[in-house]
Design a protein around this ligand. Structure first.
Ligand code: ATP
Ligand code: PH2
Length: 186
């Protein structure tokens, strides 16, 4: 059966974040039909949004035959399992899992937008994602359709297409610090 590539962003800034994130990776990898193929390092990142503690962020890649809606549902279930409660918009959380992309699929429903609509502007996503998927081309940015919809072109010059590595180069990535590997084993 044909498998799709999906990328997932993980973040946490409440509780023992590293432990939670590592347990979440295990849960995702152990989910039927999800094959974990790559994982970024973990990064300590300055919080975007209201004042709150810094986050730990990372990304991973899956091969899967599940459709995007089922992947999102599994991610929401795992968030709940780790005690995620939605309170403040962009506020602190024990675990946040976002589906960043699914092959070149472009979709928008009330429950799911692909690619993730803020992927291209977030250093805490682009830095880890560029480690594991630098050559993926954003299916909307830089295209005619994006301009017609008023989507921002993230660089000063016009491009026909944007890879993850190019998007990462185009934004300010200060405040995103790779954690030393020894911390990953704790
Ligand atoms: N690509 C996506 N990945 C994850 N959730 C998505 C996506 N597109 C839409 N959603 C919807 O967004 C809802 C709210 O997500 P959430 O509370 O995690 O947002 P947030 O993390 O506060 O903000 P942001 O979306 O900017 O990261 C989810 O219940 C989900 O239905
Ligand atoms: N550094 C950082 N900031 C955030 C994050 C996150 O994962 N990392 N998630 C948010 C809500 O999705 C809001 N702000």
């Amino acid at each position: 059966m044909n498998q799709a590539t999906a990328a997932i962003a993980l973040g946490s800034n409440l509780g023992n974040s590293l432990e939670t994130l590592q347990a979440a990776v295990q849960q995702i990898g152990a989910s039927p039909g999800f094959r974990l193929t790559n994982q970024s390092h973990w990064y300590r990142t300055q919080a975007v949004g209201p004042p709150q503690p810094s986050y730990i962020n990372g990304c991973l890649l899956l091969q899967t035959h599940h459709p995007p809606s089922q992947i999102l549902q599994r991610l929401l279930d795992i968030e709940l399992q780790f005690g995620r409660v939605r309170q403040q918009h962009w506020g602190p959380r024990t675990l946040d899992l976002d589906l960043l992309l699914y092959d070149q699929v472009v979709m928008e429903t009330p429950a799911l937008t692909l690619p993730h609509p803020r992927l291209h502007e977030r250093a805490f996503v682009l830095v880890p994602l560029a480690e594991i998927l630098p050559t993926w081309v954003h299916p909307i940015l830089g295209t005619q359709a994006a301009e017609e919809e008023g989507l921002p072109n993230p660089g000063l010059t016009q491009r026909q297409s944007w890879t993850i590595a190019q998007l990462r180069q185009a934004i300010d990535c200060t405040g995103v610090e790779r954690l030393p590997p020894r911390l990953e084993a704790t």
